[in-house]
Design a binder for this molecule. Structure first.
Ligand code: ADP
Ligand code: MG
Length: 306
């Protein structure tokens, strides 16, 4: 197995803030690796470190076998990087943007350009100005530009944030094709649906990796908590009553279903009684299997003040 990214206790501070706090990651070739975390968790900083844009304050990493600090130029030549707010040249056409970005590395052949435009559904816009594309097509183009020099390792910082689900699905189909060709993809996200598509995940919170594994192992190794659902509408009185109960950790409302994460000791009976006291009804509380969002919320939720 070839390891493409291997970080060793890597940290980065900005003044008082420790944006990345001693992380260890090991990512094999051909994997789609997801770094999942809330806003300001440190996701973009990890990408900026691993792509040689920022220097770590301590620790380090090998990327594609090269040392992050001393062999940075070799790393830069072999990676693609789609930043969170990727700059296209709005007055250049779609095809000219691709020409421009690939020329930084190796000029792209006409044939490769056509293939890339087709893969990302851009062929019909080839001569349109990039600035006139919709948000979804701008994102497709920014990903195509980052792939124009055929990099081995691709960093995608929130690649589908703000993008409709159909475009997201199509982009992910391309990501799977890239991984099947042996490319390694490093994706950051805060979408659970996107996280579940990754081969392996790390959860980052306040700069620390708090859990790592495949989505299914993360769910199966999630012990010590119960997940309940109850068919009930949100009310602030109900939320306050439940959160005041010992053992209730997090409430998460989905339409008419309330999802309740509790300590393993809390049974459904007391929850049901509390809900029915508040709502004056006969609501049934059901215990369910956790999903990746439950794991994520539990790992990143702040303890209730006692
Ligand atoms: N250049 C910078 N200068 C100062 N603080 C920064 C800088 N870049 C990031 N930070 C801070 O580091 C933390 C992590 O940021 P970031 O990596 O962008 O998080 P994420 O991508 O998970 O939202 C945040 O608190 C952010 O404000
Ligand atoms: Mg970010």
């Amino acid at each position: 197995m070839i390891t493409v990214i291997d970080t060793e206790n890597m940290s980065k501070r900005f003044g008082e803030i420790t944006a990345v706090d001693g992380i260890h990651l090991s990512i094999p070739k051909g994997e789609i690796f997801g770094l999942l975390g809330p806003n300001a968790a440190g996701k973009s900083t990890v990408i900026r470190l691993l792509s040689g844009i920022l220097d770590p304050d301590s620790g380090g990493a090998r990327v594609l076998g090269y040392d992050l600090v001393t062999e940075r130029e070799k790393i830069k030549a072999s990676i693609g990087y789609v930043a969170q707010s990727f700059a296209l040249y709005p007055e250049l056409t779609v095809a000219e943007n691709l020409d421009f970005y690939s020329a930084i590395y190796v000029p792209i052949s006409k044939e490769s350009q056509e293939k890339l435009l087709q893969e990302y559904g851009l062929e019909k816009f080839s001569n349109h100005r990039a600035g006139l594309l919709s948000g979804g097509y701008k994102r497709r183009l920014s990903i195509a530009c980052a792939l124009a020099h055929d990099p081995e390792l691709i960093f995608l910082d929130e690649p589908t944030a703000g993008i409709d689900p159909v475009t997201r699905k199509e982009l992910w189909e391309q990501f799977y094709i890239l991984a099947a060709k042996g490319k390694t993809l490093f994706v950051t996200t805060h979408y659970m649906e996107e996280a579940e598509r990754c081969n392996r995940l790390a959860f980052i919170h306040h700069g620390r990796v708090v859990a790592q594994g495949s989505p299914s192992t993360m769910i199966s190794s999630f012990v010590g908590r119960n997940i309940y659902t109850a068919p009930t509408r949100h009310s602030s009185g109900l939320a306050a009553a439940l959160l005041a109960m010992p053992g209730v950790q997090v409430l998460n409302q989905f339409g008419d279903q309330l999802r309740i994460i509790t300590d393993a000791s809390l049974k459904s009976g007391p929850l049901e009684a509390a809900i029915n006291r508040q709502c004056g009804g006969h609501v049934k509380v059901r215990q369910v299997q956790p999903d990746i969002e439950d794991v994520f919320i539990s790992l990143t939720h702040e303890e209730k003040p006692s």
